[in-house]
Write a protein that binds this ligand. Structure first.
Ligand SMILES: [Zn+2]
Length: 218
């Protein structure tokens, strides 16, 4: 057993040299069921690639497990009921993301008004995304993201923001934080990153989402 100390020493050196904290050495991959207009399917990999950049420091990554066509009638959400009607399309044991053309918000929630006020804005009556809780489903929520025309970066940050809600994050006061409504959101803070990783692992352990084999970015 003389090799053991050598192994331990080698491991300690490799951990010390790693640019990531020990807990983040192995990426947790979560499955996404994507619902999108057929004509815009080709844009999904770029949206996801950009959103995953925000999650990389947390050791979390999202990967498309299903793609479903979303017809025009389901892409213009005129009210809260329309947001909840999407639930009938849910794919089980994946985080469902609906890319839509409009989310009308005539009666903004207090959380929306607060997040807008922090960056000196008022709710516009339109949302860039929504997080819909469904406590009786697994997982317990799904997200809706506005697919901005010609603005993949805006779509991606909207996606990252809504996925942050799925992984337990509320809104954040710092306008640079992805969980704010700031105009130039850059990333997550350390406590958010720790929580994301914990929640991602919990989703997998509980069987709320299926395990996906990691594939090249698609
Ligand atoms: Zn939000």
């Amino acid at each position: 057993m003389r090799r053991l100390p050598i192994l331990v020493a080698a491991l300690a050196v490799s951990v010390a040299l790693s640019p990531f904290p020990v807990f983040a050495t192995r990426t947790v991959t979560l499955p996404l069921a994507v619902h999108v207009e057929d004509a815009r399917r080709g844009e999904v990999p770029e949206w996801l690639r950009r959103a995953n950049v925000y999650y990389a420091p947390a050791g979390v990554r999202f990967q498309v497990s299903h793609t479903r066509p979303l017809p025009a009638g389901a892409r213009h959400l005129a009210d809260n009921r329309a947001r909840h009607r999407l639930a009938r399309r849910l794919v089980r044991r994946a985080i469902n993301v609906f890319f839509v053309d409009a989310i009308v918000d005539r009666w903004p929630s207090r959380a929306t008004a607060r997040a807008a006020a922090r960056v000196g804005r008022r709710p516009s009556g339109r949302l860039g995304g929504a997080h819909i809780r469904k406590p009786d489903r697994r997982p317990k929520s799904y997200v809706i993201v506005l697919a901005y025309p010609e603005r993949p970066g805006a779509t991606a940050v909207g996606l990252a923001h809504e996925l942050g809600h799925v992984l337990g994050a509320p809104h954040h006061a710092d306008p640079d934080n992805v969980m704010s409504y700031g105009p130039a959101r850059r990333g997550f803070d350390a406590s958010q990153r720790r929580m994301f990783r914990r929640r991602a692992q919990r989703l997998l352990r509980a069987g709320d989402v299926r395990r996906v084999r990691r594939s090249p970015d698609r």
